[in-house]
Design a protein around this ligand. Sequence first.
Ligand SMILES: [Zn+2]
Length: 224
Amino acid sequence: MAITEIRRRITTGELPPEVSFSEATLCEELGMSRAPVREALIVLNQLGWVTSQPRSGYLVAPMTLNDLRDLYTMRSLLEPKAAAQAVRQIEELPDEAGSLSDFSANHDDPSDPEWLNRHYRFHRRIVVVGLNREMDRVLSEVLLKLERYFLIDAVQRALAEEPLAHHDLANAIVSGDHKAAADAAALHISQSRVLVTEAILSSDGIRSMPLSRSAGSPPRGAAQ
Ligand SMILES: [Zn+2]
């Protein structure tokens, strides 16, 4: 599907942030006709992955620390609730319990190229098990958008040094304690936010960025 492929290219940086592209070039690169690509771009524009630009095609959404903060804020609002809801359903869904435990026990290795997909499915499964479709719709977008930040080199290095373990969260859900599940989800999201944000802030590109006043606010006392 065009939307999946365009999203994949944005996530991996093949379509880098703040770069413009035309619908025609993209159709050519994807080997697809105009209609499905246009439809996909309309949806991705509504979802905030790209911005349509008059007469010049589309611009890939920038990656900013503000956006990163907003994505984690959404996670921290939704996922503890989802984890608590999942506890109420999990007893009747032994396969789902097995999948959550299987990821946390056997596949939670960020150096595995499949980890990001599995990580997405793990977090999403918690919401799906909780049977909240609206939450799933919102959270799946949030998780997909976060993947761009997970693929930053500095974040990859931080994940390799200090993997974000998921067993406490999986165990809390499977053990049937909804308060423990909500707490474990909140803690996991907070640890993830700190790891990703600090990795970005300590990366060379950011550290060597000049810090200056914005042009609109001259220093106090400056000559007019
Ligand atoms: Zn996680």
